[in-house]
Design a protein around this ligand. Structure first.
Ligand code: SF4
Ligand code: SF4
Length: 221
């Protein structure tokens, strides 16, 4: 077993012990141009992105009809916490091996005008071969569908990367019908329309977050 194979296996074992549902490794070069400029310095010399996903609770997601629920709001926050703790644990493992680890939080915004983070966890998950992007612009996993939340750690630890897989929505149009903003069409996803609806939801008493959940619940495959 090579060093890269050994490290990849140990990270997979650690990931499972932390309750993660999936783990993949992405080569960074194909996605580096999508990084926010603030990441250029810290990510220099880092070759791989570890991306882990945790499956959201089916009873919580299935309870969403046409707007975010309080159950979803709190579950979203605790899922992000679990992902960030896992990313920290991956980082400690990597540092103990003598390499660099740059954790990117599960939920982070650095460009408020365009609602972008340091990087797209979804882009890393696609590059790692974990799934694809659906009509709703959500990351779709072949088993967990749109019910994974993701976190990433960039590193120079030698690892075994995956490669992108093919996947498509086919004849499904469920999220087009369900989206309360009309932001999903056969032509694609209209981000400004979606963001406007999330903003509206965030103003509802007790929500105070840019969340929705409708297209996540709808995507059954
Ligand atoms: S998050 Fe909500 S508003 Fe945005 S595309 Fe999905 S269903 Fe539509
Ligand atoms: S609900 Fe259907 S159309 Fe929408 S992302 Fe999922 S598979 Fe694609």
């Amino acid at each position: 077993m090579t060093g890269a194979q050994k490290y990849t296996k140990e990270l997979n074992d650690l990931s499972a012990s932390l309750g993660m549902s999936v783990l993949g490794v992405a080569e960074l070069e194909p996605v580096r141009q999508t990084f926010h400029p603030q990441l250029e310095g810290p990510a220099k010399g880092l070759k791989y992105g570890i991306v882990a996903g945790i499956r959201l609770s089916d009873p919580v997601i299935d309870d969403i009809v046409d707007q975010p629920t309080f159950l979803y709001k709190y579950h979203y926050q605790t899922a992000n916490d679990a992902l960030d703790r896992a990313a920290t644990a991956f980082g400690f493992y990597i540092q103990q091996k003598g390499f660099k680890a740059l954790p990117i939080p599960a939920s982070q915004t650095v460009d408020w005008e365009n609602h972008l983070g340091h990087l797209s966890h979804k882009a890393l998950a696609v590059q790692a071969g974990l799934g694809w992007i659906g009509r709703s612009a959500l990351f779709i996993h072949p088993v967990h569908r749109a019910r994974l939340r993701l976190v990433s750690v960039l590193t120079d630890l030698p690892l075994e990367p995956g490669s992108p897989v093919k996947g498509e929505c086919g004849a499904c149009k469920c999220c087009i019908t369900a989206c309360p903003a009309g932001a999903i069409t056969e032509q694609g996803y209209d981000k400004p329309k979606c963001i406007a609806k999330l903003k509206e939801f965030s103003r509802r008493p007790g929500i105070n977050q840019y969340i929705c959940g409708v297209c996540i619940r709808t995507c059954q495959g």
